[in-house]
Design a protein around this ligand. Structure first.
Ligand code: SF4
Length: 114
């Protein structure tokens, strides 16, 4: 089986073909660099995503947040449910941790100054 992916590691968007046989990766082709090969292999075995969203401050402002590391793609909706229950007090600054270990050792961090 050949799985075709578009690499999202940089704006080049290389089309990468991963050949899989008996649940093992046989070859990776089309990547423009090693980063793309690593991305494609991880995407086939265990896809992960950084989750970005907003959290409502107690005074009503919407504060942009993200996970500081990618989390399992199949856990994204669970992470979103947790984020939707979070509120914060101002002020907050870039990098402040709102929720430690929200999933897969990733913290939920603020991405703006408010
Ligand atoms: S394979 Fe490398 S060059 Fe191609 S999109 Fe991915 S990171 Fe960019």
């Amino acid at each position: 089986m050949i799985k075709t992916l578009t690499c999202i590691e940089c704006p080049c968007g290389c089309e990468i073909k991963v050949t899989i046989e008996n649940a093992k990766i046989i070859s990776v082709a089309g990547n423009g660099c090693l980063r793309g090969k690593n991305y494609a292999e991880a995407e086939v075995v265990s896809p992960k995503r950084v989750v970005t969203s907003t959290v409502r401050a107690e005074t009503g402002e919407m504060i942009p947040v993200k996970t500081d590391k990618p989390v399992r793609k199949d856990a994204v909706s669970e992470v979103m449910n947790r984020i939707n229950k979070v509120t914060c007090k101002l002020p907050v600054f870039v990098g402040d941790v709102l929720v430690e270990n929200i999933c897969d050792d990733a913290d939920l961090v603020v991405t703006g100054n408010f």
